[in-house]
Write a protein that binds this ligand. Sequence first.
Ligand code: FAD
Length: 457
Amino acid sequence: MTGAHSDVLILGGGSGGYACAFRAAQLGLSVTLIEADKIGGTCLHRGCIPTKALLHSAGIADAARTGVEFGVRTTFDGIDIDAVHWYKNGTIDRLHKGLRGLVAHHKITVVTGHGKYLGNRTIEVDGTRYTGTSVVLATGSYARTVPSIELGERIVTSDDALNLGFVPKKAIVLGGGVIGVEFASVWASFGADVTIVEALPRLVAAEDPWCSKQLERAFRKRGISTRTGVTVAAAKETADGVLVELDGGDTPEADILLVAVGRGPRTGDCGFAEHGIALDRGFVVTDDRLRTPVDGVYAVGDIVAGLQLAHRGFQQGIFVAEEIAGLDPVPVAEDLVPRVTYSHPEVASVGLTEAAARERHGDATSVVYDLAGNGKSQILRTSGGIKVVRAGDTGPVVGVHMVGDRVGELIGEAQLAVAWEALPTDVAPFVHAHPTQNEALGEAMLALSGKPLHTHG
Ligand SMILES: Cc1cc2nc3c(=O)[nH]c(=O)nc-3n(C[C@H](O)[C@H](O)[C@H](O)COP(=O)(O)OP(=O)(O)OC[C@H]3O[C@@H](n4cnc5c(N)ncnc54)[C@H](O)[C@@H]3O)c2cc1C
Protein backbone atom coordinates (compact mmCIF):
# COMPACT_ATOMS: atom_id res chain seq x y z
CA MET A 1 0.00 0.00 0.00
CA THR A 2 1.24 3.52 -0.71
CA GLY A 3 1.13 6.11 2.05
CA ALA A 4 1.64 9.84 1.91
CA HIS A 5 4.54 11.61 0.24
CA SER A 6 6.10 14.43 2.30
CA ASP A 7 8.84 16.96 1.82
CA VAL A 8 10.57 15.46 4.88
CA LEU A 9 10.11 11.87 6.03
CA ILE A 10 11.64 11.23 9.47
CA LEU A 11 12.31 7.84 11.06
CA GLY A 12 12.38 8.16 14.87
CA GLY A 13 10.62 10.69 17.09
CA GLY A 14 13.29 11.27 19.77
CA SER A 15 15.21 14.49 20.38
CA GLY A 16 16.85 14.52 16.94
CA GLY A 17 13.81 13.41 14.96
CA TYR A 18 11.17 15.63 16.54
CA ALA A 19 13.43 18.72 16.56
CA CYS A 20 13.94 18.21 12.83
CA ALA A 21 10.17 17.76 12.36
CA PHE A 22 9.31 20.96 14.24
CA ARG A 23 11.87 23.10 12.41
CA ALA A 24 10.95 21.67 9.00
CA ALA A 25 7.27 22.38 9.67
CA GLN A 26 8.10 25.93 10.80
CA LEU A 27 9.87 26.39 7.47
CA GLY A 28 6.73 25.42 5.59
CA LEU A 29 7.71 21.86 4.65
CA SER A 30 5.28 18.95 4.94
CA VAL A 31 6.52 16.39 7.48
CA THR A 32 5.77 12.75 8.28
CA LEU A 33 7.29 11.39 11.49
CA ILE A 34 7.45 7.63 12.02
CA GLU A 35 7.76 6.47 15.64
CA ALA A 36 7.55 2.92 16.96
CA ASP A 37 6.98 3.91 20.56
CA LYS A 38 6.40 7.38 22.05
CA ILE A 39 7.31 10.81 20.73
CA GLY A 40 10.12 12.14 22.92
CA GLY A 41 12.28 9.03 22.63
CA THR A 42 14.97 8.02 25.08
CA CYS A 43 15.51 11.47 26.54
CA LEU A 44 11.93 12.00 27.67
CA HIS A 45 10.90 8.45 28.54
CA ARG A 46 14.07 6.58 29.54
CA GLY A 47 16.88 9.11 29.82
CA CYS A 48 17.41 12.75 30.68
CA ILE A 49 14.06 13.57 32.25
CA PRO A 50 13.46 10.48 34.44
CA THR A 51 17.06 10.42 35.69
CA LYS A 52 16.97 14.10 36.55
CA ALA A 53 13.67 13.61 38.40
CA LEU A 54 15.28 10.79 40.42
CA LEU A 55 18.28 13.03 41.09
CA HIS A 56 15.96 15.76 42.32
CA SER A 57 14.29 13.35 44.75
CA ALA A 58 17.79 12.27 45.78
CA GLY A 59 18.77 15.88 46.46
CA ILE A 60 15.71 16.33 48.67
CA ALA A 61 16.69 13.21 50.63
CA ASP A 62 20.15 14.73 51.16
CA ALA A 63 18.63 18.04 52.21
CA ALA A 64 16.37 16.27 54.72
CA ARG A 65 19.39 14.48 56.20
CA THR A 66 21.47 17.61 56.53
CA GLY A 67 18.82 20.16 57.51
CA VAL A 68 20.21 20.52 61.04
CA GLU A 69 23.55 21.71 59.62
CA PHE A 70 21.61 24.70 58.34
CA GLY A 71 19.60 25.18 61.51
CA VAL A 72 16.47 23.47 60.21
CA ARG A 73 15.10 20.54 62.22
CA THR A 74 14.58 17.92 59.51
CA THR A 75 14.89 14.18 59.64
CA PHE A 76 15.19 11.68 56.84
CA ASP A 77 12.57 9.00 57.36
CA GLY A 78 13.21 7.02 54.19
CA ILE A 79 12.19 6.83 50.56
CA ASP A 80 8.65 6.07 49.38
CA ILE A 81 9.70 4.59 46.05
CA ASP A 82 6.15 4.44 44.66
CA ALA A 83 5.76 8.16 45.34
CA VAL A 84 9.13 8.84 43.72
CA HIS A 85 7.97 7.05 40.57
CA TRP A 86 4.61 8.87 40.69
CA TYR A 87 6.43 12.21 40.74
CA LYS A 88 8.89 11.13 38.01
CA ASN A 89 6.21 9.66 35.75
CA GLY A 90 3.96 12.68 36.27
CA THR A 91 6.78 14.91 35.06
CA ILE A 92 7.28 12.74 31.98
CA ASP A 93 3.54 12.64 31.26
CA ARG A 94 3.20 16.42 31.44
CA LEU A 95 6.12 16.94 29.06
CA HIS A 96 4.85 14.19 26.73
CA LYS A 97 1.43 15.84 26.58
CA GLY A 98 3.10 19.17 25.77
CA LEU A 99 5.15 17.54 23.03
CA ARG A 100 2.09 15.90 21.46
CA GLY A 101 0.41 19.29 21.50
CA LEU A 102 3.36 20.79 19.61
CA VAL A 103 3.27 17.96 17.05
CA ALA A 104 -0.40 18.74 16.40
CA HIS A 105 0.27 22.48 16.33
CA HIS A 106 2.91 21.99 13.63
CA LYS A 107 0.50 19.76 11.63
CA ILE A 108 3.02 16.94 11.52
CA THR A 109 1.69 13.59 10.32
CA VAL A 110 2.64 10.92 12.84
CA VAL A 111 2.77 7.28 11.78
CA THR A 112 2.95 4.84 14.68
CA GLY A 113 4.89 1.66 14.02
CA HIS A 114 8.28 0.20 13.28
CA GLY A 115 9.70 1.61 10.06
CA LYS A 116 12.07 -0.09 7.70
CA TYR A 117 14.11 1.80 5.11
CA LEU A 118 13.60 0.28 1.66
CA GLY A 119 15.93 2.53 -0.34
CA ASN A 120 14.75 5.11 -2.87
CA ARG A 121 13.71 7.48 -0.02
CA THR A 122 10.98 5.09 1.03
CA ILE A 123 10.14 3.72 4.48
CA GLU A 124 7.69 0.91 5.07
CA VAL A 125 5.52 0.67 8.19
CA ASP A 126 3.18 -2.31 8.55
CA GLY A 127 2.99 -2.82 4.80
CA THR A 128 2.41 0.85 3.90
CA ARG A 129 5.16 2.68 2.02
CA TYR A 130 5.88 6.32 2.78
CA THR A 131 8.13 8.45 0.63
CA GLY A 132 9.93 11.72 1.20
CA THR A 133 11.75 14.21 -0.96
CA SER A 134 14.28 14.04 1.88
CA VAL A 135 14.61 11.32 4.49
CA VAL A 136 16.03 11.84 7.99
CA LEU A 137 17.15 8.83 10.01
CA ALA A 138 16.92 9.35 13.79
CA THR A 139 16.51 5.91 15.33
CA GLY A 140 18.58 6.63 18.44
CA SER A 141 20.37 4.20 20.70
CA TYR A 142 19.99 1.28 23.09
CA ALA A 143 21.76 0.31 26.31
CA ARG A 144 24.77 -1.85 25.55
CA THR A 145 25.29 -4.95 27.66
CA VAL A 146 28.17 -7.31 28.40
CA PRO A 147 27.86 -10.58 26.47
CA SER A 148 28.89 -12.71 29.46
CA ILE A 149 26.32 -11.12 31.77
CA GLU A 150 22.68 -12.10 31.43
CA LEU A 151 20.16 -9.43 32.30
CA GLY A 152 17.34 -10.30 34.70
CA GLU A 153 15.29 -8.79 37.51
CA ARG A 154 18.35 -7.74 39.46
CA ILE A 155 20.86 -7.35 36.67
CA VAL A 156 19.50 -4.42 34.76
CA THR A 157 20.29 -1.60 32.36
CA SER A 158 19.20 1.98 32.95
CA ASP A 159 15.84 1.22 31.27
CA ASP A 160 14.77 -1.02 34.17
CA ALA A 161 16.77 0.76 36.86
CA LEU A 162 14.59 3.83 36.28
CA ASN A 163 11.53 1.93 37.45
CA LEU A 164 13.03 -0.21 40.20
CA GLY A 165 10.30 -1.02 42.70
CA PHE A 166 12.59 -0.95 45.74
CA VAL A 167 15.52 1.00 47.14
CA PRO A 168 18.56 -1.28 47.07
CA LYS A 169 20.52 -1.67 50.29
CA LYS A 170 23.58 -2.54 48.27
CA ALA A 171 24.15 -1.64 44.63
CA ILE A 172 26.97 -2.32 42.22
CA VAL A 173 27.22 -0.10 39.19
CA LEU A 174 29.18 -1.51 36.28
CA GLY A 175 30.50 1.50 34.38
CA GLY A 176 31.68 4.86 35.68
CA GLY A 177 30.47 6.99 32.77
CA VAL A 178 27.73 9.59 33.00
CA ILE A 179 24.81 7.16 33.38
CA GLY A 180 26.57 4.96 35.95
CA VAL A 181 27.69 7.94 38.00
CA GLU A 182 24.20 9.48 38.03
CA PHE A 183 22.56 6.26 39.23
CA ALA A 184 25.30 5.75 41.84
CA SER A 185 24.56 9.25 43.10
CA VAL A 186 20.80 8.63 43.29
CA TRP A 187 21.06 5.32 45.08
CA ALA A 188 23.64 6.63 47.58
CA SER A 189 21.32 9.53 48.41
CA PHE A 190 18.44 7.08 48.81
CA GLY A 191 20.55 5.27 51.42
CA ALA A 192 22.23 2.46 49.47
CA ASP A 193 25.76 1.26 49.90
CA VAL A 194 27.11 1.81 46.35
CA THR A 195 30.20 0.54 44.55
CA ILE A 196 31.14 1.64 41.03
CA VAL A 197 33.31 -0.76 39.05
CA GLU A 198 35.03 0.85 36.08
CA ALA A 199 37.54 -0.80 33.73
CA LEU A 200 39.20 2.50 32.84
CA PRO A 201 41.52 4.19 35.32
CA ARG A 202 39.01 6.89 36.31
CA LEU A 203 35.36 7.89 36.53
CA VAL A 204 33.83 10.06 33.76
CA ALA A 205 36.85 9.19 31.64
CA ALA A 206 35.78 11.43 28.75
CA GLU A 207 36.26 14.48 30.99
CA ASP A 208 39.46 16.31 31.94
CA PRO A 209 41.30 14.13 34.52
CA TRP A 210 40.99 17.01 37.00
CA CYS A 211 37.19 16.56 36.96
CA SER A 212 37.53 12.82 37.57
CA LYS A 213 39.73 13.44 40.60
CA GLN A 214 37.33 15.98 42.06
CA LEU A 215 34.35 13.68 41.52
CA GLU A 216 36.10 10.63 42.93
CA ARG A 217 37.09 12.61 46.04
CA ALA A 218 33.54 13.88 46.52
CA PHE A 219 32.10 10.39 46.04
CA ARG A 220 34.60 9.00 48.55
CA LYS A 221 33.35 11.54 51.09
CA ARG A 222 29.80 10.44 50.36
CA GLY A 223 30.77 6.82 51.00
CA ILE A 224 30.45 5.74 47.35
CA SER A 225 33.23 3.23 46.61
CA THR A 226 35.01 3.49 43.29
CA ARG A 227 36.97 0.56 41.92
CA THR A 228 38.71 1.77 38.80
CA GLY A 229 40.92 -0.36 36.53
CA VAL A 230 38.75 -3.35 37.45
CA THR A 231 36.51 -5.39 35.18
CA VAL A 232 33.58 -7.63 35.99
CA ALA A 233 34.35 -11.20 34.92
CA ALA A 234 30.90 -12.61 35.60
CA ALA A 235 27.65 -11.91 37.41
CA LYS A 236 24.64 -14.03 38.26
CA GLU A 237 21.40 -13.59 40.10
CA THR A 238 20.97 -15.48 43.37
CA ALA A 239 17.79 -16.17 45.35
CA ASP A 240 17.73 -12.65 46.79
CA GLY A 241 20.39 -10.65 45.00
CA VAL A 242 23.35 -10.66 42.65
CA LEU A 243 26.75 -12.24 42.93
CA VAL A 244 29.43 -10.41 41.00
CA GLU A 245 32.85 -11.79 40.18
CA LEU A 246 35.53 -9.18 39.64
CA ASP A 247 38.80 -9.74 37.83
CA GLY A 248 41.25 -10.47 40.58
CA GLY A 249 38.89 -12.79 42.43
CA ASP A 250 36.70 -10.53 44.60
CA THR A 251 33.06 -11.61 44.66
CA PRO A 252 30.93 -8.80 46.06
CA GLU A 253 27.19 -9.31 46.49
CA ALA A 254 24.47 -6.74 46.02
CA ASP A 255 20.71 -6.32 45.67
CA ILE A 256 21.11 -4.89 42.21
CA LEU A 257 23.72 -4.72 39.46
CA LEU A 258 23.35 -1.87 37.00
CA VAL A 259 25.06 -2.51 33.69
CA ALA A 260 25.92 0.96 32.38
CA VAL A 261 28.56 0.32 29.75
CA GLY A 262 27.49 2.82 27.14
CA ARG A 263 24.93 3.02 24.37
CA GLY A 264 25.00 1.55 20.91
CA PRO A 265 23.37 3.01 17.77
CA ARG A 266 19.98 1.46 16.92
CA THR A 267 20.67 0.78 13.27
CA GLY A 268 20.54 -3.02 13.07
CA ASP A 269 16.90 -3.69 12.23
CA CYS A 270 15.96 -0.69 10.12
CA GLY A 271 17.16 -1.74 6.66
CA PHE A 272 19.96 0.81 6.52
CA ALA A 273 23.00 -1.29 5.61
CA GLU A 274 20.95 -3.28 3.07
CA HIS A 275 20.14 -0.11 1.15
CA GLY A 276 23.44 1.70 0.88
CA ILE A 277 23.45 3.60 4.18
CA ALA A 278 27.08 3.06 5.19
CA LEU A 279 27.65 2.06 8.82
CA ASP A 280 30.85 2.19 10.84
CA ARG A 281 30.72 0.09 14.02
CA GLY A 282 26.95 0.43 13.71
CA PHE A 283 26.93 4.24 13.50
CA VAL A 284 25.60 5.87 10.33
CA VAL A 285 28.42 7.47 8.35
CA THR A 286 27.75 11.12 7.52
CA ASP A 287 29.71 14.13 6.37
CA ASP A 288 29.78 17.29 8.49
CA ARG A 289 26.45 18.36 6.94
CA LEU A 290 24.93 15.10 8.27
CA ARG A 291 24.42 13.73 4.74
CA THR A 292 24.70 9.98 4.36
CA PRO A 293 26.31 8.68 1.15
CA VAL A 294 22.78 8.20 -0.24
CA ASP A 295 21.52 11.36 -1.92
CA GLY A 296 18.69 13.02 0.02
CA VAL A 297 19.13 10.89 3.15
CA TYR A 298 20.40 12.46 6.38
CA ALA A 299 21.08 11.13 9.89
CA VAL A 300 20.91 12.89 13.26
CA GLY A 301 21.31 12.14 16.97
CA ASP A 302 22.75 9.09 18.70
CA ILE A 303 23.11 7.08 15.47
CA VAL A 304 25.80 9.55 14.34
CA ALA A 305 29.12 8.86 16.09
CA GLY A 306 29.98 11.49 18.69
CA LEU A 307 28.52 12.77 21.93
CA GLN A 308 25.25 10.98 22.64
CA LEU A 309 23.38 13.91 24.14
CA ALA A 310 19.85 15.17 23.63
CA HIS A 311 20.83 18.77 22.95
CA ARG A 312 23.27 17.64 20.26
CA GLY A 313 20.40 15.70 18.68
CA PHE A 314 18.09 18.75 18.86
CA GLN A 315 20.70 20.94 17.21
CA GLN A 316 21.47 18.39 14.51
CA GLY A 317 17.74 18.00 13.81
CA ILE A 318 17.31 21.76 13.44
CA PHE A 319 20.42 21.91 11.24
CA VAL A 320 19.14 19.23 8.86
CA ALA A 321 15.70 20.84 8.57
CA GLU A 322 17.34 24.15 7.64
CA GLU A 323 19.71 22.40 5.24
CA ILE A 324 16.79 20.72 3.49
CA ALA A 325 15.01 24.09 3.31
CA GLY A 326 18.08 25.54 1.61
CA LEU A 327 19.06 27.96 4.39
CA ASP A 328 22.74 26.92 4.34
CA PRO A 329 23.05 26.64 8.15
CA VAL A 330 26.37 26.37 10.00
CA PRO A 331 27.21 22.73 10.88
CA VAL A 332 26.96 21.71 14.55
CA ALA A 333 30.42 21.94 16.12
CA GLU A 334 31.03 18.80 18.18
CA ASP A 335 33.66 20.59 20.31
CA LEU A 336 31.13 23.16 21.44
CA VAL A 337 28.48 20.76 22.69
CA PRO A 338 28.23 21.28 26.47
CA ARG A 339 28.35 18.19 28.70
CA VAL A 340 26.77 17.92 32.14
CA THR A 341 26.73 14.99 34.55
CA TYR A 342 23.99 15.74 37.09
CA SER A 343 25.36 13.76 40.02
CA HIS A 344 25.96 15.23 43.48
CA PRO A 345 28.32 16.97 42.85
CA GLU A 346 27.75 17.86 39.20
CA VAL A 347 30.42 17.80 36.50
CA ALA A 348 30.01 20.29 33.64
CA SER A 349 32.34 21.04 30.77
CA VAL A 350 32.59 22.54 27.33
CA GLY A 351 35.44 22.65 24.83
CA LEU A 352 38.80 20.95 25.09
CA THR A 353 40.42 19.18 28.01
CA GLU A 354 43.86 20.52 28.88
CA ALA A 355 45.55 17.57 27.15
CA ALA A 356 43.44 18.03 24.00
CA ALA A 357 44.20 21.76 24.01
CA ARG A 358 47.92 21.04 24.16
CA GLU A 359 47.61 18.60 21.31
CA ARG A 360 45.59 20.97 19.14
CA HIS A 361 47.33 24.25 19.97
CA GLY A 362 50.85 23.07 20.79
CA ASP A 363 50.58 24.45 24.32
CA ALA A 364 47.94 25.40 26.87
CA THR A 365 47.64 27.24 30.16
CA SER A 366 45.06 26.58 32.85
CA VAL A 367 43.91 27.84 36.23
CA VAL A 368 41.68 26.22 38.79
CA TYR A 369 39.48 28.37 40.97
CA ASP A 370 38.48 26.50 44.12
CA LEU A 371 34.83 26.86 45.15
CA ALA A 372 36.13 27.26 48.71
CA GLY A 373 36.62 30.93 47.77
CA ASN A 374 33.11 31.37 46.37
CA GLY A 375 30.51 32.73 48.78
CA LYS A 376 27.45 31.10 47.23
CA SER A 377 29.15 27.69 47.07
CA GLN A 378 30.03 28.04 50.74
CA ILE A 379 26.42 28.92 51.55
CA LEU A 380 25.38 25.77 49.68
CA ARG A 381 28.23 23.85 51.36
CA THR A 382 29.49 22.48 48.09
CA SER A 383 33.11 21.92 47.24
CA GLY A 384 34.77 21.60 43.85
CA GLY A 385 36.18 24.12 41.46
CA ILE A 386 36.35 25.62 38.00
CA LYS A 387 39.19 24.94 35.64
CA VAL A 388 39.64 27.21 32.63
CA VAL A 389 41.99 26.27 29.81
CA ARG A 390 43.38 28.73 27.27
CA ALA A 391 45.37 28.02 24.10
CA GLY A 392 49.07 28.71 24.67
CA ASP A 393 49.67 31.40 27.27
CA THR A 394 48.00 34.27 25.44
CA GLY A 395 45.32 32.54 23.38
CA PRO A 396 41.54 32.31 23.77
CA VAL A 397 39.58 30.20 26.24
CA VAL A 398 39.25 26.75 24.68
CA GLY A 399 37.88 24.71 27.58
CA VAL A 400 35.97 25.12 30.84
CA HIS A 401 35.62 22.25 33.33
CA MET A 402 33.58 22.50 36.51
CA VAL A 403 32.77 20.29 39.47
CA GLY A 404 30.37 21.19 42.29
CA ASP A 405 26.68 21.23 43.08
CA ARG A 406 24.66 23.29 40.57
CA VAL A 407 27.66 24.02 38.29
CA GLY A 408 25.65 22.67 35.36
CA GLU A 409 23.76 25.97 35.50
CA LEU A 410 27.02 27.82 34.75
CA ILE A 411 27.64 26.02 31.49
CA GLY A 412 25.86 28.68 29.40
CA GLU A 413 28.38 31.39 30.21
CA ALA A 414 31.28 28.95 29.84
CA GLN A 415 29.92 27.95 26.44
CA LEU A 416 29.67 31.54 25.24
CA ALA A 417 33.29 32.16 26.20
CA VAL A 418 34.53 29.05 24.39
CA ALA A 419 32.30 29.40 21.33
CA TRP A 420 33.20 33.05 20.81
CA GLU A 421 36.90 32.27 21.32
CA ALA A 422 36.99 34.96 24.01
CA LEU A 423 40.24 35.93 25.66
CA PRO A 424 40.20 35.67 29.45
CA THR A 425 40.69 39.46 29.47
CA ASP A 426 37.48 39.85 27.42
CA VAL A 427 35.44 37.96 30.00
CA ALA A 428 37.16 39.00 33.24
CA PRO A 429 35.69 42.54 33.29
CA PHE A 430 32.10 41.22 33.19
CA VAL A 431 30.44 42.00 36.50
CA HIS A 432 28.94 38.88 38.05
CA ALA A 433 26.11 39.22 40.54
CA HIS A 434 27.13 38.57 44.12
CA PRO A 435 26.75 36.08 45.66
CA THR A 436 26.40 33.62 42.77
CA GLN A 437 28.41 30.64 41.64
CA ASN A 438 28.92 32.54 38.36
CA GLU A 439 31.38 34.67 40.26
CA ALA A 440 33.68 31.65 40.47
CA LEU A 441 33.85 31.57 36.67
CA GLY A 442 34.64 35.29 36.71
CA GLU A 443 37.36 34.69 39.32
CA ALA A 444 38.92 31.96 37.16
CA MET A 445 38.96 34.39 34.20
CA LEU A 446 40.51 37.09 36.41
CA ALA A 447 43.20 34.64 37.54
CA LEU A 448 43.89 33.60 33.94
CA SER A 449 44.19 37.30 33.02
CA GLY A 450 46.90 37.67 35.64
CA LYS A 451 44.84 39.62 38.18
CA PRO A 452 43.34 37.14 40.63
CA LEU A 453 41.06 38.57 43.32
CA HIS A 454 39.88 36.07 45.92
CA THR A 455 42.81 33.65 45.61
CA HIS A 456 46.18 33.12 47.21
CA GLY A 457 47.76 32.80 43.75
C1 FAD B 1 19.72 7.07 31.45
C2 FAD B 1 20.01 8.13 30.45
C3 FAD B 1 20.18 9.43 30.86
C4 FAD B 1 20.45 10.43 29.93
N1 FAD B 1 20.60 11.70 30.37
C5 FAD B 1 20.86 12.68 29.48
C6 FAD B 1 20.97 14.03 29.91
O1 FAD B 1 20.83 14.35 31.09
N2 FAD B 1 21.22 14.99 28.98
C7 FAD B 1 21.37 14.67 27.65
O2 FAD B 1 21.61 15.58 26.87
N3 FAD B 1 21.26 13.40 27.22
C8 FAD B 1 21.01 12.41 28.10
N4 FAD B 1 20.85 11.13 27.64
C9 FAD B 1 21.03 10.85 26.20
C10 FAD B 1 19.79 11.23 25.38
O3 FAD B 1 18.67 10.58 25.90
C11 FAD B 1 20.03 10.86 23.93
O4 FAD B 1 21.21 11.46 23.48
C12 FAD B 1 18.89 11.32 23.03
O5 FAD B 1 17.68 10.78 23.46
C13 FAD B 1 19.18 10.90 21.59
O6 FAD B 1 18.14 11.32 20.77
P1 FAD B 1 17.86 10.56 19.38
O7 FAD B 1 16.76 11.33 18.75
O8 FAD B 1 19.10 10.35 18.65
O9 FAD B 1 17.36 9.12 19.80
P2 FAD B 1 16.23 8.58 20.78
O10 FAD B 1 15.86 9.58 21.79
O11 FAD B 1 16.72 7.25 21.23
O12 FAD B 1 14.97 8.42 19.84
C14 FAD B 1 14.91 7.50 18.81
C15 FAD B 1 13.45 7.16 18.58
O13 FAD B 1 13.36 6.37 17.39
C16 FAD B 1 12.41 5.35 17.58
N5 FAD B 1 12.76 4.29 16.65
C17 FAD B 1 13.92 3.58 16.60
N6 FAD B 1 13.90 2.73 15.55
C18 FAD B 1 12.71 2.90 14.95
C19 FAD B 1 12.10 2.34 13.81
N7 FAD B 1 12.74 1.43 13.06
N8 FAD B 1 10.85 2.73 13.47
C20 FAD B 1 10.19 3.68 14.19
N9 FAD B 1 10.73 4.26 15.27
C21 FAD B 1 11.97 3.88 15.64
C22 FAD B 1 12.54 4.96 19.03
O14 FAD B 1 11.35 4.37 19.52
C23 FAD B 1 12.85 6.31 19.69
O15 FAD B 1 11.68 6.94 20.16
C24 FAD B 1 20.56 10.11 28.55
C25 FAD B 1 20.35 8.80 28.12
C26 FAD B 1 20.08 7.82 29.06
C27 FAD B 1 19.85 6.42 28.57
